[in-house]
Write a protein that binds this ligand. Structure first.
Ligand SMILES: [Zn+2]
Ligand SMILES: [Zn+2]
Length: 349
């Protein structure tokens, strides 16, 4: 084809694009993708592996950096390898205060010092917090010099953050921060991480919720249950499920809850999910198990989840099926049904 004809075609196409633009923008929102930027496994030779988690979530027209990894230099190298421009992200979500999720924040701030950062609000936590001064007991019989703030405290007492100039918005409870984009805030009750607050990212799409979790310290089932309150259809879960040291029966229960109770359609486990859990989920989910090593980009297009009928996972066979069913039959292992009953009871009040 000659140059002139090429130019003619280009001009025609450009004209068509201009004419079609308004409808195209409205109808075809980009499908989006999740790119794993930090993890300790993967096949992408350009990416460094290390314990920790970070992902770029491009969805619903937003570019969200979820967690920032364990080592700022490795994080910076992986960001560079993927040609990610940190000045173009819409906001950062820090799932929780563990260093394997937040150590790269200094690198983010060095490139984009004003970026909005959502982080869990914890009393005296490193992301900063506040309390009404009414929280502490007063003794008016004391002379002013023995009283806090000379006996005249500010109404709200602010507690500092490790990143003083950063634009951090502490999140206390589950909050929809943009249309369809919710941060689920839950607290861990597990020994070792008791009272640790964690944020998970739930994006409601036309095909169900896309859920990204950091370490799932409050329990993956509890997080998924909270996500089903947004939309009972869970399309994909990516991130760490925190079953890295869990025994087989705990893993089997979690797999059963995800697959049978919540009917999670696709699964992209990483980070602290654990090797035996990878194996169990792979067995249960077949081709709906999305490999998510460092460097992987998971497309969120409409073709996702075509391995079976919608809402149904692939068949499990033989012994696996028997053991999963057995566990599923154990009444209400996570108290989910009870919670649901309670909630529906409350909704009548
Ligand atoms: Zn953690
Ligand atoms: Zn972690």
């Amino acid at each position: 084809m000659g140059l002139r004809i090429n130019l003619f075609f280009a001009a025609t196409l450009a004209g068509a694009a201009v004419l079609a633009a308004p409808t195209r923008i409205a109808a075809a929102e980009p499908a989006g993708q999740i790119t794993i930027l930090y993890d300790a496994f993967g096949t992408d030779a350009a990416m460094k592996k290390d314990w920790g988690f970070s992902a770029l979530v491009e969805i619903s027209g937003k570019r969200i950096l979820f967690d920032t990894g364990n080592d700022p230099d490795i994080f910076a190298a992986n960001i560079k390898a993927k040609h990610i421009d940190l000045t173009s992200i819409d906001f950062v979500v820090l799932s929780h205060r563990h260093s394997d999720h937040m150590a790269g924040l200094n690198h983010v701030l060095s490139v984009n010092p004003t970026v909005k950062i959502y982080a869990p609000k914890e009393g005296f936590g490193i992301y900063g917090s506040s309390l009404p001064s009414s929280f502490y007991r007063k003794d008016e019989s004391l002379p002013p010099e023995m009283r806090y703030y000379d006996g005249k405290p500010p109404e709200v007492m602010k507690f500092g953050t490790a990143w003083q100039r950063a634009n951090i918005e502490p999140i206390d409870k589950t909050t929809e921060i943009a249309p369809g984009i919710t941060l689920i805030a839950l607290v861990s009750d597990a020994p070792g991480t008791k009272e640790l607050k964690e944020l998970s990212l739930a994006v409601n799409t036309a095909d169900g919720v896309v859920l990204v979790v950091g370490c799932a310290h409050p329990g993956i089932e509890k997080i998924v249950e909270a996500a089903t309150a947004i939309n009972p259809r869970i399309r994909l879960i990516a991130g760490g499920f925190h079953l890295v040291v869990a025994p087989d029966e705990v893993i089997a229960k979690a797999v059963s809850a995800l697959k049978d109770t919540f009917k999670v359609e696709n699964i992209a486990p990483g980070h602290c999910t654990g090797e035996p859990t990878f194996a169990a989920l792979k067995k249960a989910y077949g081709d709906r198990y999305r490999y998510a090593g460092v460097g992987t980009s998971l497309p969120l297009g409409p073709g996702m989840g075509t391995g079976g009928r919608r809402g149904e996972g692939p068949a499990i066979e033989g012994d696996d099926l028997a053991s999963y069913r057995k566990l599923a039959q154990r009444e209400d292992p996570f108290g989910i049904l009870k919670a649901r009953k309670l909630r529906s009871g409350l909704s009548h009040l």
